[in-house]
Write a protein that binds this ligand. Sequence first.
Ligand SMILES: Cc1ncc(COP(=O)(O)O)c(C=O)c1O
Length: 359
Amino acid sequence: MILPKLKNITVERYVEGLSKFKKIENPIKLSANESALGASPKAINSFEKQKDKIFNYPESNSNLLRDSISKKFNIDPDKIICGSGSDQIFDFICKIFLERGDEVIVTEFGFIMHRIYASLHGAKVLLAKEKNFKASVDEILKNVTDKTKIVFIANPNNPTGTYLSKDEMFNLRKKLRSNILLVVDDAYFEFIDKDDFSSGLDIFKDKANVLITRTFSKIYGLAGLRLGWGYSSKQIIDAMYKIKPPFNVNRAALAAGAEAIKDNEWTKRAIDHNKLWSEKIFTILEENKIVSNKPTANFFLMNFDKTKINSDEVFEKLAKERLILRKMEQYKIPNSLRLTIGTGEANQHFIKSIQEICK
Ligand SMILES: Cc1ncc(COP(=O)(O)O)c(C=O)c1O
């Protein structure tokens, strides 16, 4: 049978962390930068209460959740749009701005979904060189042409764990043409504790030509429910509402998200846990000649050039210990693996295993 002819889809597919290792029993997944502590018990309670209402559609425009977000961050709810993950916000923004022939700048090792959505919507994606796995404002500016429409940057970035300071971000916006949209992906901002860092929302709250994205998948531990949001000028947000599918965020996600964002105690616990373990693990990595980013978010990009054993061998040996890390082939980062900070038990197990492997 001859099927209807498909469009020529050339976009590369996202490769998820665990997909190749389903055979391992009780794997310890340290490959997707999920929350070590899981979701707030209050969020889980709110999620469970939805079970009798799943026959009802959710609110189409996430009004209650937008109110909670607006109160927490002191921002206008009409400038917020919620999505099924912040991924969906990247999709919306590309959909409303990009036409064939437009150009989008991402950094060399910038979060991969930014470039996937940009090319999906027909743009040419330019990679700005990084210096030592850190984004460079100068290199981004070198790639600007008449056709540039959007610059994407995750700060701190996944998978490199590096960040641009508040001054560098400010400088980037100042030097970009005003009709280039700057998208700042704040996915991991809660974890970072550096004096020269500010979140995208804090720096650019009043900038009409910036879109900030945030997620409930990391610090709030709700990755499985798919929930994120975007904040920008009314004009841009209104355009996104025009193309947004109705009921794009499910009711369980909305209910859990509204409670998660209010549970400051749980959020603090997650931050403290991450700080404690990321500092501990960083020391162990240094002792074992594994080069990585300094503690910033809830993961490390680890390079094995100075160890006796390469990243593929380390991956296999850790997998035998049920520890699943993320390979960096899709990012074309050689001899490296990404490790997510896990529960105390998982981290102890990782430390013991990596010390054994590298000795
Ligand atoms: C930088 C960055 N942005 C966004 C996301 C995805 O967030 P969401 O789960 O909200 O789609 C991730 C997930 O790994 C990420 O690392």
